[in-house]
Structure formats: C-alpha cells, structure tokens
Design a protein around this ligand. Structure first.
Ligand code: PEP
Length: 249
C-alpha cells in the first residue's frame, strides 16, 4: 500500500495570515487515515509555518534548493538550511523553474541529489507542453525527464523519490487532464520504473498536478496509479485544499 500525499505548492503567493489560517484549520480538521499532507510556502514563511503547523499533520516543503551546502551564491538557499527549519520535502524540476529559470535536466538532477543528500524527500516534477502533447510526444518527453534522473540514482535513492506528473498545459490554466489521460501517463511512469525494479515501482508514489481542485480531485485520486496531488492555485484556499485532502480517503 502506498501512502497518499497531497502537497500544496504556494509558488510566490501566500502571506503570514494565510499560514496562520492553515494552522488553525488543519489543527481541527478530520483527515483520512494515513494521509500525508504538505505545504510548500515561499522561503520567508517557513519559520512561521513551522510554528503554525506544529499541531497539525502538515509537513513542510521547499519549492527549490541549491545543490551546494553554502558559498557565494547570492539569492540561493541550500538543503542544509531548509532542514534547520524542519523542511521534509523539496520540489525539483517544477515546470515554472524549467521554463522561466531555464533549469536543465542536469540541474534538476543536481538539486534532487542534494535533497537526497540531506534526507529531504524530493518531489520530481515532469510533464509535457501542449505542443509536445499535440505532436504525440507526451510519453517520450515525460519518460526522458524521469529517466534522466532515475537512471543515475542508486536503488536505495530511487526509493525515496516522489514523482509528480504535471502536464504543463494544465498548470494554472483551469484545464485539467482527464483522469484517463493522467492515468495513462502515470501508468507509463510506473512501468518505466518497473524496468529497473518491479518492487520499487509498485511502492513509488506518483502525484498528479495541474488545476486539481475540490471538484475534480476525487475522480483523479481514484485512478490506480495516482497516489496524491500536487496542488497550486487551490492550495491557497483553506477550504478547497481541505476538501482535496478529504477526497484522498
Ligand atoms: C503547480 O504549480 O504545481 C500546479 C499544479 O498548479 P495549479 O494547481 O494551479 O495548476
């Protein structure tokens, strides 16, 4: 059995008040047994979130990290620093970082390795653009992104990685992949993993991301290869995010 994970990526959004509101709501919320919940706020809110979420099941995540521990890298944050703030997860390879900050597969791999090196759980984001989907290249693109990273890891490292399939055309657009479209790609990711190690593949957690909301989460999460969600916009509203968590039961 795989532990479901609902992760909220706030991107460059949120506020100190929102952190407090999540703390209050989740301290009292009834959540499905065994569900893991995580919020990835912007760096400045990590300390406030650590305090506000202390009595809740919410784990803390970082939206990126630098591959190095320290040094002359103005504006960057290392995994070691994140650990000092109680962070458990780190996103790597989010499509906004790939597109807006030109992060290559190599850089994504370096960040993921750094996360593993300090015992963070990396959430590796992969997904095709609309142009790639329309050209029939979805599987090729997604499996290249997954394969670039996973083929370079030791089996014991691979077992710690969570993969988020996020079709780029569905992120922040209100256009969700159908449960069938998501399931098809996610089954292919699991099959690809099985070519390394079948046991590991069946234990690996796969999240869907792309305009997931309270209305569509239930059907997406009921697909056999979808073990949770990476939620952007809907993770900025306490009630919506709570409803998504509740539909993961
Ligand atoms: C994301 O940013 O990872 C995401 C899935 O965003 P949204 O839910 O807003 O599409």
């Amino acid at each position: 059995m795989r532990t479901p994970l609902i992760a909220g990526n706030w991107k460059m959004n949120g506020s100190a008040d929102l952190v407090e509101a999540f703390g209050r709501a989740f301290a009292e919320a009834e959540l499905p047994d065994g569900l893991e919940v995580a919020i990835f706020p912007p760096f400045p809110y990590l300390e406030a979130a650590r305090r506000a979420f202390a009595e809740t099941p919410i784990g803390l995540g970082a939206q990126t990290l630098n591959p190095l521990h320290s040094g002359a890298h103005t504006g960057e944050v290392s995994g070691r620093m994140l650990c000092e703030f109680g962070v458990r997860y780190a996103l790597v390879g989010h499509s906004e970082r790939r597109q807006l900050y030109r992060e290559s597969d190599e850089q994504v791999y370096d960040r993921l390795l750094a996360a593993l090196g300090v015992d963070l759980i990396p959430v590796l984001c992969v997904g095709e653009t609309l142009e790639e989907r329309d050209a029939g290249r979805t599987m090729e693109v997604v499996l290249r992104q997954v394969g670039f990273v996973m083929s370079r890891l030791e089996p014991q490292q691979r077992s710690r990685v969570v993969i988020a399939y996020e079709p780029v055309w569905a992120i922040g657009t209100g256009r969700t992949a159908t449960p069938q479209q998501a399931q098809e790609v996610m089954a292919a990711i699991r099959d690809y993993q099985a070519s390394f190690d079948a046991e590991l593949a069946s234990a690996m957690r796969l999240l869907y991301g792309g305009s997931m909301n309270a209305g569509n989460a239930g059907e997406l999460l009921s697909q056999p290869d979808i073990d949770g969600g990476l939620v952007g916009g809907a993770s900025l509203k306490v009630d919506d995010f709570l409803a998504i968590c509740q539909s993961a039961g």
